[in-house]
Design a protein around this ligand. Structure first.
Ligand code: FES
Length: 158
């Protein structure tokens, strides 16, 4: 069977597209599903604190046995409907952030104390302790929650 030059050209382009599209799609999907690239050696898994909220409020006793006892510490505060990242940059200063990564929803569970950054275990996004993205792939900041530190108790509104 003889085909025209135009038909040959059209079939060649279609064939190339059939081969190229899955290859490009595959590399995009692979980059989205890669495990965490470089985790700094100074990063560590967060200590966890389990709490039961009361009227959308969490109350944490910050005593000498708390994972948040020292300035520079951080913890993952877990409760039945979710969890929060909490760090203590100053003696009476705390930050409370959503622990859900804004990239693909993994729970952020690592903290790099020297840089005061939270690090997502899935693809390595990093967030400052005010929730701002310092390294992607995440593109949006973490939600920040209001907190008050009174009489060695940290009160967080969720
Ligand atoms: S889910 Fe991808 S970096 Fe957090």
């Amino acid at each position: 069977m003889k085909i025209s030059r135009r038909e040959f050209f059209t079939k060649t382009i279609q064939g190339a597209a059939i081969i190229a599209v899955p290859a490009v799609l595959g590399s995009v999907l692979e980059s989205c599903s890669q495990s965490n690239p470089a985790m700094p050696s100074s990063a560590a898994g967060l200590a966890t604190i389990n709490v039961t909220p009361n009227n959308n409020t969490i109350a944490l006793d910050i005593n000498s046995s708390s994972p948040l006892a020292n300035v520079g510490s951080a913890a993952l505060v877990q409760f039945s409907s979710g969890s929060l990242l909490v760090d203590r940059p100053g003696k009476s200063t705390f930050n409370a952030l959503s622990s859900v990564c804004t990239h693909q929803g993994c729970i952020i569970s690592n903290y790099d104390a020297p840089s005061q950054q939270f690090i997502c275990p899935c693809h390595g996004s990093r967030f400052s302790n005010s929730g701002q993205v310092t390294q992607g792939p995440a593109g949006a900041p973490l939600t920040q929650y209001q907190s008050q530190f009174i009489n060695n108790q940290l009160i967080i509104k969720i």
